[in-house]
Design a protein around this ligand. Structure first.
Ligand code: ADP
Ligand code: MG
Length: 448
């Protein structure tokens, strides 16, 4: 009986998500327990667990509710039988093809310049981007009222454009009558200059008569005072009318050079949130999901090889995967570890990125102005405990060491402290912006 409940959730999900999403995340799930208190579902691996917790939780809850099943708590656990994932074989994939229901692809609103590929569904959530993802989702459901403006910042190739366009696409999907305009700040600059030069009319209207204005790469407005002034007025007009404004930039508002003070303060009115470099888990999940979209199933070793060697930029990670897939298709071979090593080895040679546990400990110590010896000591002073926990966290996220190994690197016998420390920092970086920035800054230093 309870199995049937989960099966009907799966049936409904299958109709509403893409086939790749279904196969990657939902296919190998099973109901473990169902009571009034709790629904427990086993999922294939830790990557899947996070996608369920952050992305699919609400969807699952809604479908269950429609069926009159309303457990207080929904929990996702990782099935320990490691073989489970393998059941998504090429064969099942192929068999499914004719009957799978493709999600109706709505072309984006003409004129919005949104790319329909950038959706929430195709965005993989990890600890580096879950806050940004959640904020973007919230905005798509509360247009103009929740976080206005929403300001998203972070380095190149980390998913800013993807996420802010996903907001636009989602808003149009749920509210086709809304008008959404997506532009790069460069377009705004050029449009503005043209309107002055050729005395064109309609410039202000174009930007002020929308429900949602999404401006990508705001940093390009730096130094352009007249344009900033014009944008300031556009911003005010939209904001006063409760229209949603979404902005991305490579830096937080306070760090964009030559941004006028009044524009900076406007940008800080709503919610500013960062996207950081993806951790190993997320990189694996991205490779796996992207491969599944092209119907290729990669071995764990290949996935981990890619994730281990391309760390700081998702666009590059995607590029490397595409290169691998194209190469294998051309030669009619399987993408195995030998092939990927041969191909990616070249990339790796050009940018040496070997980091060792020792480097992590040293750089963390230096960042907090204590010594590596202190980090590895027994001292319990707070100014040493936090750096120690951060070091453990980074050993896990960057080198994905096992907990006993992490304990060992820090001169400890008991690995339960390592578990607690990693979990503690994982939680803390979600709440404590200062700590979050500190962790990001150490991470950056590791890869220079
Ligand atoms: P940015 O605007 O921050 O430079 P993009 O949004 O252009 O980065 O992302 C670069 C590429 O990586 C895009 O193809 C995007 O779809 C992909 N990408 C980035 N983050 C994710 C993610 N979390 N899940 C899936 N794809 C991602
Ligand atoms: Mg971008």
């Amino acid at each position: 009986m309870s199995r049937a409940v989960w099966q009907s959730v799966l049936d409904e999900v299958e109709l509403s998500v893409s086939r790749a999403t279904y196969l990657t995340w939902f296919k190998n799930t099973e109901l473990v327990e169902l009571s009034d208190e709790e629904l427990v579902v086993s999922v294939a691996n830790i990557f899947a667990k996070r996608q369920f917790e952050v992305k699919f939780n609400d969807q699952v809850r809604d479908i269950l509710k429609k069926q009159g099943v309303t457990p207080k708590n929904i929990r996702f656990i990782v099935q320990s039988t490691g073989a489970q994932k393998q059941t998504v074989s090429r064969e099942t994939t192929v068999q499914q093809q004719p009957i799978a229901v493709a999600k109706p692809k709505r072309s984006s609103q003409p004129g919005s310049s949104l790319n329909p590929r950038y959706t929430f569904e195709s965005f993989i959530v990890g600890s580096s981007n879950d806050l940004a993802y959640t904020a973007c989702q919230a905005v798509s459901k509360n247009i103009g009222t929740k976080y206005n403006p929403l300001f998203l910042y972070g380095g190149v190739g980390l998913g800013k454009t993807h996420l802010i366009q996903a907001v636009g696409n989602e808003i149009l999907r749920a509210n086709p009558e809304k008008s959404v305009l997506y532009i790069s700040s460069e377009t705004f600059v050029n449009d503005f200059l043209e309107s002055i030069r050729f005395k064109k009319k309609g410039f202000a209207d174009k930007y002020r008569n929308v429900d949602v204005l999404i401006v990508d790469d705001m940093q390009f407005i730096a130094g352009k005072e007249k344009t900033q002034e014009e944008f300031f007025h556009t911003f005010n007009a939209l904001h006063q009318a409760n229209k949603q404004i979404i902005i991305s930039s490579d830096k937080p508002p306070r760090s964009i050079p030559t941004l006028t003070e009044r524009l900076r303060s406007r940008f800080e009115w709503g919610m500013s949130i960062d996207i950081q470099m993806p951790d190993f888990e997320t990189r694996c999940a991205i490779v796996e999901a992207k491969a599944a979209m092209t119907d290729v199933e990669l071995g764990r070793d290949v996935i981990e090889y890619l994730a281990n060697n391309i760390k700081s930029n998702i666009r590059e990670l995607e590029g490397a995967l595409n290169q691998l897939l194209a190469y294998c298709e051309m030669r009619g071979i399987e993408p195995d570890i030998g092939t990927v090593e041969g191909l990616i080895g070249n990339i790796r040679q050009s940018r040496p990125q070997h980091i060792s546990p020792k480097q992590i400990i040293d750089k963390t110590a230096r960042h907090f102005q204590i010594t590596p010896v202190e980090i590895c000591s027994e001292k319990r002073d707070k100014h040493i405990v936090t750096p120690r926990q951060v070091a453990m966290y980074l050993l896990r996220s960057e080198l994905h060491l096992s907990f006993p190994k992490i304990a060992q690197e820090l001169g400890r016998k008991d690995h339960t402290t390592a578990i607690h420390s990693v979990e503690k920092i994982e939680r803390a970086v979600k709440l404590d912006m200062l700590l979050r920035e500190q962790v990001a800054s150490i991470r950056e230093k590791l890869y220079v």
